[in-house]
Design a protein around this ligand. Sequence first.
Ligand code: CTP
Length: 416
Amino acid sequence: MSPDPNRPTRRRPRLIVAASGGIAATKTPSVLRRLREAGCEVRAAATDDAYAFVTRLSLAVAAGGEVLDRELWFRADGRVRHLEWGRWADGLVVAPATADALASAASGRAHDVVSALIAGGVPRVLWAPAMNPAMWEHPPVQANVRTLAALGHAFVGPVEGPLGGVEEGTGMGRMAEPEAIVAAALGLPFDRDLQGVRVLVSAGPTREYLDPVRFLSNPSSGRTGFAVAEAAHARGASVTLVTGPSGLPDPPGVEVVRVEDAASMGAALEAAFDACDLVVMTAAVGDWRAAERSDRKEPKTEGDLTVRLVRTPDLLAGLARRRRHQVLVGFAMETHEGVERAARKARDKGLAFIALNYPAREGVGFAAEANDITLVRADGSAQPWPRMSKRDLADRLLDEALPLLSRAADDVTDPA
Ligand code: CTP
């Protein structure tokens, strides 16, 4: 995509560099200094344990300002600094990152400044892990790394190096050198190109109850919609995520509305629709509900049971009827072919495009990390995309929608 000449020139990246408690914290001031030299605006943060290895003064001098530590965080002046700093920043660099810092972030804790900045929704995170090789290889540590990577967090290192303390030999666990950390930080995609855009995302399955304990549903995990919400937030959008039952945790910084059935999903989407600019409808909305829902759980009987089902409203079509400047993106699911049907859906529902996916293919689909989609437009043109992670898919879909957004807004402000 060629750069838009009307886009304002980007300001200097704003980065918080946080030290957690490891011997490599002696190098954190050097990371700060080099990032400043590279043209970034920087701030420093430190966990309590980091101060066993690096002083507050050396971090403050290297950053050229106050350090976000427990003392500043808990200062009784009415400020909520982990949120204020998170909004200021384009990204957070955790160097060094201990096993404990990774575990806190992966489990959604907010008990120290690093985990609180992340839980509060800082847009990008780069980890520079540093620990003993046995700890780095410990399966739960690796599981935490995978969890964070799936959320779009980036990693630099660790690298091979001599072991610390009394141990002899070398191993994988040494923090990457400051130059490598700076290069990785500058490579973060912290372009906030959706700043000021309001994105409404639907995700997950719906549940249509037959009685208080039995329902009709589908295996949607919500992963694609959660990834779209996270990616849009990271790019500066304000995001509302309306999701049916999903085991996924709330993405930091995103307004999440949890619903059960198609009717409550429809109500939540309608409530947010007028104020939004882009709708990405990934939810697997149930097409039918029971004509009569029993308030009591009826015990099973010997014979068969016939249930009459009636159609649920098409939520996306309903939103399309209320559309003013909004850009609408839909999803469709087919087990074969489907381009023509998807194009018809895009036309009928007034959508910018449809992401057509094939849940029956191996390695993709409901609960998988990756997806194969074909981008189908109302005019019938279809573009198959290579297999990619749901987070990459989310970013690509936002890239496709972005140029349409300004055009849709122009349609409203400038009818000529
Ligand atoms: N959708 C909706 N309300 C429904 C059903 C679907 O808003 N009651 C949305 C979906 O979230 C999706 C798009 O409409 O973004 C396309 O879904 P749908 O028309 O149901 O297509 P398929 O899932 O492909 O199903 P089918 O071919 O059976 O119609």
